[in-house]
Structures are given as structure tokens and as C-alpha cells.
Design a protein around this ligand. Structure first.
Ligand code: NAD
Ligand code: DAU
Length: 350
């Protein structure tokens, strides 16, 4: 029996990972630790919440004493750490919250793991789920490898870079067993509608303006969320101690092209005349420090662990749109209340 702590399991990627682990590994005890911030939603896990080997712990990783207490109580064998503040625009508005959760919270978990695993580190693993944004921004060519120097530009990416450094430092200094993965942009069901794709699906549906930052020329590499969960599973079980793995979708899109594709799909699904939602495109003030392009060289993961993404983008994108259209209640729930204030604060001045 292995006791696995997954942090941030009520969020977008975390919920897909928790579901995968609960379904595939009935011999593991899965503990989902989440503070349930605006981005955490237990509704995401309603289909597996009654599984006997699934447990939910409501806690804040910023509370170091509590983390130690939980490690003492449950004696986790491994941690897959996803809990984070994850939205770049929010980090520009309030960097401190990102430093607390992403840096201090991560170090609290490292300290707890170190204290409890001391003298018995065999078959233990601290897996830190990180982002390609730590590498900074690319021009028209090239791709990030695992040895690309860190050059974060936003408070979010700086906080993730810092937490990556702490995880490596605990490995090098205290011998804490660990792996890190740095992944590109995820898309799919259950993503909070502050991120580009679910936000624009929501706005197209309701005929609201589509706020395109700058000229829409920034490039992102998009990976289907279930592919990310599978990659994490592979790295968790087969990755080499102390290593970093890049995860990508081999799927680069200029924002404006992706938005036009989304409009094409949605106009068709909503029975609107072709291209009618193009008029919703509204160019707004650019994001401060906006990274131009991310691209991932994921050849290490392919060569060493034989993992590659499976989902074809056209299929994944359609599936994603279908999910949001079919889950109106989910969208309604998460966009009621404080979401309205957030939207006003973020977009009224652009
Ligand atoms: P998300 O914002 O959807 O979910 C984050 C989860 O963490 C939420 O459930 C939230 O309640 C929880 N959380 C936040 N602060 C907490 C705290 N102090 N204590 C305990 N729980 C807390 O994020 P996501 O998009 O699913 O990203 C998950 C992880 O993957 C993050 O570490 C992010 O940096 C990384 N990542 C995300 C992407 C992406 O495209 N979304 C890509 C690469 C890496
Ligand atoms: O690369 C991985 C990262 O991808 C993750 O680490 C982050 O947690 C995740 O949020 C995501 O960051 P981005 O900033 O790339 O994602 P976002 O969906 O916010 O924006 C995608 C692109 O779309 C980006 O170039 C900014 C642009 N954009 C975004 C929003 C919300 C707009 O043009 N308008 C918008 O309203």
C-alpha cells in the first residue's frame, strides 16, 4: 500500500490527476489536500469522491505546522505537488499571494517531507509539478530544453521558478528524493474561466467581447489536460531521481489563430452564421511583461520514458467546447459571486 498525497487536487489539472490515480491504482491510498480557493472545486471530483481509497483534506499549505502534523499523522510515501496560485494576471495584481502559496507553501511541504522521511527515504518521492514559464520567453524559433536557463518574467513564473529551485536545493543539500516536470499550457474540461480558452468559450456563448491582449500574436503550446495527467503518472512511476522533464503538446498556436478556430467551432455548434462571433474580438491593452512565445522540446521525456501526447488537437478542442456547453451549471456556479468582481477588476481598465 502506498500513501500518495496530491496537493491542489480540486483544481483543474489536479482533479484530472486525482481521478486518474483513484481509478488506476486501487491499491494506493490517495489523499487530496486542497485549500479550496476560488480555483478549487470539489464538484470536479464528484464521480470518485466515494471511492474507499480516496480521502479529502481541507488545508492550507502556507500553514507549516499543519503540514508537519499531517505528514506525522498519515506518513505519506510520496507527494505530487500541484497546489498553487496559477493565473498570471492575478499575480500581476497581487504578487504576495503567489509568494506565500507557491514559494512558502512548497517549502513547508519540503520541510514536512524532510522531517518525516529522515533516515528512511527509500521509495519516497517529492514530485513538483511546474511550468514552462520559468524559462522565460522565446522569439520565433527554438524551444525550451531542461537545461535552458531560468528567466521568469511574471510574479507567477518567478514564484514557480523559486519553488523549483527550492525543490532541487532540498535534493542536493538534504538528499530529498524528487522529480520536477515543466509543462506547457493545458486545456480541457474543468479549467477555471479566467484562462484564455474557457473564458472565451463563455464569452462567445453569451455574446460578450473577447479581450485579446496586445495584437494576439503571442504563441502558446497547448496540451490536453488528460495527456498531462498521463505524463505526470509516467514520470511519477518511472522518472529518475533528481531529474527534470519537460512536457509539451507539439502544438503551437498564435493566440489570434486559436481564437478564430474557437469562433469557427462555436458558431457551428451554436447554430450561428459562420464567422458571426468574429465581431466580438476586441484588442485590449497588453498584459504587462507578456511572454511572446513558449515552445517545448520534450525529447528527453520521449527518449527516456517513451511518453508522447496522444490527443489530436482538433479532437481535444471539440471535446473541450462540448464539455463547457454541456456543463452550463458548472460554469454558472464558478462564475457567480466573486468572479463578477474579478472580471470587472481585470478587464474594466483595459
Ligand atoms: P488551478 O488554479 O486550477 O488549481 C490550483 C489548486 O490549488 C486549486 O484547487 C486551489 O484551491 C489549490 N490551492 C491554491 N492555493 C492553495 C493553498 N495555499 N493550499 C492548498 N491548496 C491551494 O491550477 P492548475 O491550472 O490546475 O495548475 C496546477 C499546477 O500545475 C500548478 O502548480 C501550476 O503552476 C501547474 N501548471 C499549470 C499549467 C496550466 O496550463 N494550467 C501548465 C503547467 C503547469
Ligand atoms: O505555460 C504554462 C502556463 O500556462 C501555466 O503555468 C499557467 O498556470 C497557465 O495559466 C498558463 O499561462 P498563460 O498566461 O499562458 O495562460 P492564459 O490562459 O492566461 O493566457 C494564454 C494566452 O492568452 C496568453 O498569451 C495571454 C492571452 N490572453 C489571456 C487572457 C486571459 C488574452 O489575450 N486575453 C485574455 O483575456
Amino acid at each position: 500500500m502506498r500513501k500518495i498525497l496530491i496537493t491542489g487536487g480540486a483544481g483543474f489539472i489536479g482533479s484530472h490527476l486525482v481521478r486518474r490515480f483513484v481509478k488506476r491504482y486501487p491499491h494506493y491510498e490517495i489523499y487530496n489536500l486542497d485549500k479550496l480557493t476560488y480555483a478549487g472545486n470539489l464538484e470536479n471530483l464528484s464521480d470518485i469522491e466515494n471511492a474507499p481509497h480516496y480521502h479529502f483534506i481541507k488545508a492550507d499549505i502556507v500553514d507549516g505546522e499543519k503540514m508537519l502534523e499531517l505528514f506525522r499523522e498519515y506518513n505519506f510515501d510520496a507527494v505530487i505537488h500541484l497546489a498553487a496560485e496559477s493565473h498570471v494576471d492575478r499575480s500581476i495584481d497581487n504578487p504576495m499571494e503567489f509568494i506565500m502559496t507557491n514559494v512558502v507553501g512548497t517549502v513547508n511541504l519540503l520541510n514536512a517531507a524532510r522531517a518525516i522521511w529522515k533516515g528512511n527515504q527509500e521509495r519516497k518521492r517529492f514530485y513538483h509539478v511546474s511550468t514552462d514559464e520559468v524559462y522565460g520567453s522565446l522569439h520565433d524559433s527554438g524551444a525550451f530544453t531542461e537545461t535552458t536557463p531560468y528567466a521568469p518574467h511574471s510574479p507567477y513564473s518567478a514564484s514557480k521558478a523559486s519553488s523549483d529551485h527550492f525543490v532541487r536545493a532540498y535534493h542536493d543539500t538534504y538528499g530529498l528524493p524528487m522529480v520536477i516536470s515543466n509543462c506547457s499550457n493545458n486545456y480541457g474540461p474543468n479549467q477555471f474561466p479566467e484562462k484564455l480558452i474557457p473564458l472565451f468559450i463563455h464569452n462567445i456563448k453569451h455574446g460578450k467581447p473577447l479581450p485579446v491582449y496586445g495584437q494576439g500574436l503571442n504563441v502558446r503550446d497547448w496540451l490536453y489536460v488528460e495527456d498531462h495527467a498521463e505524463a505526470i503518472d509516467t514520470i511519477f512511476h518511472q522518472g529518475k531521481d533528481g531529474e527534470t522533464y519537460n512536457i509539451g503538446g507539439n502544438n503551437e498556436w498564435k493566440n489570434i489563430d486559436l481564437i478564430k478556430k474557437l469562433i469557427e467551432i462555436m458558431d457551428k455548434k451554436l447554430g450561428r452564421p459562420e464567422g458571426s462571433s468574429l465581431s466580438l474580438i476586441t484588442y485590449v491593452t497588453d498584459r504587462a511583461g507578456h511572454d511572446l512565445r513558449y515552445a517545448i522540446d520534450a525529447s528527453k521525456l520521449k527518449d527516456d520514458l517513451r511518453w508522447e501526447p496522444h490527443m489530436k488537437f482538433t479532437e481535444g478542442f471539440e471535446k473541450t467546447v462540448d464539455w463547457y456547453l454541456a456543463n452550463e451549471k458548472w460554469l454558472e456556479n464558478v462564475t457567480s459571486g466573486s468572479y463578477q468582481e474579478y472580471y470587472k477588476k481585470m478587464y474594466d481598465h483595459r
